[in-house]
Design a protein around this ligand. Structure first.
Ligand code: IMP
Length: 433
């Protein structure tokens, strides 16, 4: 079965957009299955840089792209992406699941107000309304894409939803923000006109495509450690970025998935609050941030940077059933005399080999490091491109030792490595289609 899921193995921002773009050239369809406009995927093609929040990165390769039912759709952001792509002459062959839930303006307002209310224990969300929209979905009061296509259903749902939201804003949070049915209704009607031709049954189309042996790539957003069930709860997003999320968020069964790839950076980053055991609060961390341009695509926030965490890697292999790895941004570490890999944690004098559920424990874990020799710095991106053109065996010796250590810790092979943002700066060791 030619189906593959690509997920993030850390805290997001691992370069998935580029990896999906790379593998998408051999795919027929690319599907997003969770998250919303909190995600930010950057794809660099020649002189052009494309930034997506909702549309699957495969659109650049002129592929059929699908937004699955598990995604929460911000109609305004989606429409902007469609318009931008069209203005750049790109064909937008898009299907939006009729079952996907919609982010409404008051979800964004609530996201901000709830964060402010949490004070010191704020999650550090992107304030894109993600949590409040998934909350309404699970509370069975959300608005789905199909609902806005029918006047009666839309009116009835808004009549149920809006008075509750207004009371929450006014009576719970003492906010002066108002939610008016007229505004929300005209918002929905405006965007309904823009998107209605793209709406359909995504699960059905994917099932038919699988039966026709089409090659399908399922593109995860965020990462394993931000998963609502498997991440560092409550410092997580509100969806399931793990591979299992592809089944629920696209409407297919687990037997239909052939390959699962985990994307991890050669180091680790995190944006927002929550523990990061290998965080570097020194000049090495600053160097990685500057060199790796580690500032959020969606919010511009500086990312916290640290050494590669092998405990997280093993955990990601397990909870996603990873078959192979894509290791990105290895050029960023170039020029460091020594590099470190965390192989276990130390807690209360004991060695922990598995990622703990308790944040209290995780916050007090000390990384156990292995130190390896660094590899040379190639200041010019061109040089890294030249290196990428060579075979894996021609990589600097120290880099190969680093990668082989990662493979050993993971117990699975590396399928692809990336040494720069461009498509050419990629060495593919195993094709998936
Ligand atoms: P939310 O998804 O906006 O609710 O944010 C919840 C947490 O997930 C925060 O720590 C965010 O910084 C983080 N987050 C959400 N989306 C991304 C992403 O695409 N990359 C990295 N972190 C993210």
């Amino acid at each position: 079965m030619p189906t593959a899921v690509i997920v993030g193995g850390q805290f997001g921002d691992c370069g998935k957009g580029k990896i999906v773009d790379y593998y998408a050239k051999d795919a027929d369809i690319v599907v997003r299955f969770q998250g919303g406009s909190n995600a930010g995927h950057t794809v660099v093609v020649g002189d052009e840089t494309f930034k997506f929040h909702l549309i699957p990165s495969g659109v650049i390769q002129n592929k059929r792209v699908i937004i699955g039912n598990g995604v929460v759709v911000d109609l305004e952001v989606l429409n902007k992406e469609i318009e931008t792509l069209k203005s750049k002459g790109k064909n937008v062959d898009l299907l939006i699941s009729d079952r996907a839930n919609i982010v409404l303006p008051f979800h964004k307002t609530l996201d901000g107000i709830e964060e402010t209310f949490r004070g010191k224990s704020e999650v550090g969300t992107t304030r894109r309304g993600i949590g409040p929209t998934y909350t309404d979905k699970v509370a069975r009061s959300g608005l789905r894409v199909i609902d806005i296509l029918d006047d009666d259903v839309l009116n009835q749902k808004l009549d149920e939803l809006i008075p509750i939201k207004q009371r929450i804003l006014r009576d719970v949070f003492q906010s002066k923000e108002t939610v008016s049915k007229g505004n929300i209704l005209s918002y929905c009607l405006k965007y309904r006109e823009k998107i209605k031709d793209y709406v359909g049954d995504a699960s059905l189309e994917i099932d038919q495509a699988i039966k026709q042996k089409k090659k399908i790539l399922f593109e995860g957003a965020q990462g394993t450690l931000l998963d609502i069930d498997h991440g560092t709860y409550p410092y997580v997003t509100s969806s399931n970025p793990v591979a299992g999320g592809a089944c629920i968020g696209a409407g297919i069964g687990p037997k239909k998935i052939d390959t699962v790839i985990g994307v991890l950076k050669g180091y680790i980053t995190r944006v927002g609050a929550g523990p990061l055991p290998t965080e570097l609060k020194d000049h090495t961390g600053d160097r990685i941030r500057e060199k790796g341009k580690e500032f959020g695509t969606t919010t511009g926030r500086p990312r916290r940077c640290g050494w590669f965490d092998g405990v997280i890697l093993r955990y990601a292999v397990r909870v996603n059933s990873l078959d192979g790895l894509a290791i990105t941004k290895l050029d960023v570490l170039g020029g460091l005399e020594k590099v470190k890999i965390c192989t276990a944690y130390k807690f209360n004098g004991k060695i922990l080999n598995e990622f703990p559920a308790s944040l209290k424990v995780l916050e007090r874990c000390e990384p156990v490091y292995e130190e390896l020799d660094g590899w040379p710095d190639f200041t010019e991106e061109e040089e890294w491109k030249k290196i990428a053109k060579k075979r894996y065996v021609d990589l600097p010796k120290e880099l190969k030792i680093y990668l082989e250590r990662i493979e050993k810790i993971a117990g699975i092979p590396i399928y692809l490595i990336s040494v720069g943002p461009e498509r050419e700066s990629t060495i593919c060791l195993k094709k998936i289609f």
